[in-house]
Design a protein around this ligand. Structure first.
Ligand code: GAR
Length: 204
């Protein structure tokens, strides 16, 4: 079987990228991370890619005259690498409708909240502030809205009275590291079927 090629977009630490890579390697999945692209030159994720021998590059917004040419550069790099699925793993930018429409049902994102609650930045902080007793994370297809595409997988965690932002974020992160790699696997196996907003997971 030929490997499915994925591209991973990151902005920082890259622990979710690492979790995807670890699952591919541990389970010997027929998936290749063809390129890691960071929008920040000093993202630790790039070091992880370097250490793992995975092609990686920084594409930085301020090097481009506008958002369209910045996204064009990302798109070209992904196509050049033969990417079929784009994985947003802590990529902290909103992609334009133009970009998203070029990758129909082929971009997925991990968000650290149980969507549709707490979209946008600092979802864990929003959850804590709101006072929810259950928090979690979501992997979803990316559409032209913000954190609004069809939901693929979710995982819930309790929120405790003693929680701080960091303890809650760490508990959610453990779940992110399970559901993002799992969603990548399901997509690459062709097992996700989107009907309107509902994503059906076909049995193996
Ligand atoms: C993760 O918690 C991810 O869910 C979040 O950024 C963190 C990146 O961590 N993403 C978003 O908030 C996107 N809106 P990582 O770089 O260690 O994977």
């Amino acid at each position: 079987m030929t490997n499915k090629k994925i591209g991973v977009l990151v902005s920082g630490r890259g622990s979710n990228f690492q979790a995807v890579l670890d699952k591919i390697r541990n389970e010997k999945l027929p998936i290749e991370i063809a390129v890691v692209i960071s929008d920040s030159a000093d993202a630790y994720a790039l070091k992880r890619a370097e250490q793992a021998g995975i092609p990686h590059t920084a594409i930085v917004r301020h090097d481009y005259r506008d958002k369209a040419s910045f996204e064009e550069a990302i798109d070209s790099r992904l196509r050049e690498a033969g990417v079929e699925l784009v994985v947003l793993a802590g990529f902290m930018r909103i992609l334009s409708a133009d970009f998203v429409n070029r990758w129909p049902q082929a971009i997925i994102n991990i968000h650290p909240a149980l969507l549709p609650a707490f979209k946008g930045l600092d979802a864990q902080g929003q959850a804590l502030k709101y006072g929810v007793k259950i928090a979690g994370c979501t992997v979803h297809f990316v559409d032209a809205g913000m954190d609004s595409g069809p939901i693929i997988l979710q995982s819930a965690v309790p929120v405790y009275d003693e929680d701080t932002h960091d303890t809650l974020a760490a508990r959610i992160l453990v779940q992110e590291h399970t559901i993002l790699p799992e969603a990548v696997k399901l997509w690459c196996e062709g097992r996700l079927e989107v009907r309107d907003r509902r994503v059906k997971i076909r049995k193996e």
